[in-house]
Design a protein around this ligand. Structure first.
Ligand code: ADP
Ligand code: MG
Length: 346
């Protein structure tokens, strides 16, 4: 982490001074944002659309480690993971609110860095920061973001719409964020033990997947352009296996994933091998990839066939056929969600 060049105590600004400092950097872009920061509540004009609301909380020591997560990246990621949930509904995010609990171990400059990332993400996803809350914390940093989006009623895609024979499709590639985390954790352990500077050379892609994930706005736009409306959709936050099981469970279907079809970047693959991990297991259970996993009707196959942004990794089945991973020899293995669990980890 780069140390801020000067240090201004939060107490020197006070809560209202801090809010004013944040507000001064915000410029509302949406016609739907009628009132942003500065009143008792924000005001949004739904303009006849259905509104979509989601919240995610990030807690220091549980979801992030400031030892290797720069505050600017943290701010960006906190927004990206929230708007990812809006895209997973096939909706467009328009506003966010950001609540932070922060201790006086952080200077004003640290808050500036955090908001630099938050506002950068606001620009890249086209959302307005319209409010939030600020309070003190006795130790760690907590960030809770709410994202608000909108869609036509008929465009919304839920987790429960998959049909028995629908194709299962995923964007991008999987397992990278998890392998990035493994590298960061390893280098942190080495640093603790020997004081050696982290060796992150050659791991750019997977580190970026962990530290600066992007929500797949482009995939939502692509599907619209191709005239494909998924029958069900979810974003991959906890790992492919867990998310596929969610789609199947909610839709009352079974699912088959062909392990050799799962898209894995070569650098993810190689790093997994170096760590003596099975790359497929990392892709199935790693999590934090923020790709979109969705089902489409067989009739839409021609529209997405060969598109480099998405991969068909399997299909849904009737419920009685169960949820299975199919290996190269055609062997069936029950699909299990061993993904990240908010209450079991640590
Ligand atoms: P209240 O006491 O009514 O909760 P606050 O003083 O907390 O009001 O907030 C004043 C305004 O500043 C509100 O518009 C609120 O949404 C906004 N705000 C507060 N904290 C933040 C923050 N961390 N980021 C963005 N906006 C914030
Ligand atoms: Mg408040």
């Amino acid at each position: 982490m780069t140390e801020p060049t000067s240090r201004t105590e939060l107490s020197a600004l006070g809560e209202f001074g801090l809010i004013e400092r944040i507000a001064s950097r915000v410029h509302l872009q949406h016609t739907t944002s009628l009132k942003g920061i500065g009143d008792d509540a924000a005001v949004i004009d739904p303009q006849g659309l259905h509104q979509v609301v989601t919240t995610d909380m990030l807690v220091e020591g549980v979801h992030f480690d400031l030892g290797y997560m720069p505050l600017k990246h943290l701010g960006y990621k906190a927004v990206a993971v929230n708007v990812s949930d809006i895209y997973a509904m096939n909706a467009t995010p328009h506003q966010i609110t950001v609540s932070i609990a922060i201790s006086n171990r952080f200077p004003v400059e640290a808050v500036d860095e955090l908001y630099e990332g938050i506002l950068l993400a606001c620009r890249s996803y086209g959302v307005d920061l319209v409010g939030g809350d600020t309070c003190s914390s006795t130790s760690g940093l907590v960030i809770s973001i709410t994202a608000i989006g909108a869609a036509n009623k008929e465009d919304l895609v839920y987790r429960n719409g998959a049909g028995d024979n629908d194709l299962l499709v995923v964007s991008g590639d999987l397992g990278g964020a998890y392998m990035g985390l493994q590298v960061l954790e390893r280098e942190k352990a080495v640093f603790k033990e020997t004081g050696a500077q982290p060796d992150l050379v050659g791991h750019d892609y997977i580190l970026e997947r962990q530290l600066k994930p992007e929500a797949r706005k482009d995939i939502i736009e692509l599907l619209k352009k191709l005239g494909v409306k998924p029958t069900s959709m979810i974003d991959v936050s906890d790992g492919l296996a867990s998310e596929a099981l969610h789609l199947a469970h909610n839709s009352g279907t079974g699912v088959r994933i062909y392990d050799e079809k799962i898209p894995i970047d070569p650098s993810t693959y190689q790093t997994a091998r170096d760590f003596n991990l099975d790359p497929t297991t990392c892709a199935l259970n790693g999590g934090e990839d923020y790709e979109l996993l969705f089902t489409i009707a067989q009739a839409d196959y021609e529209k997405i066939k060969g598109n480099p942004s998405v991969t068909i990794i399997g299909h849904m089945t009737d419920k009685a056929s169960g949820s299975m991973l199919v290996d190269k020899q055609g062997g069936l293995h029950e699909l299990k969600a061993q993904g990240w669990d908010a209450f079991l980890k640590k």
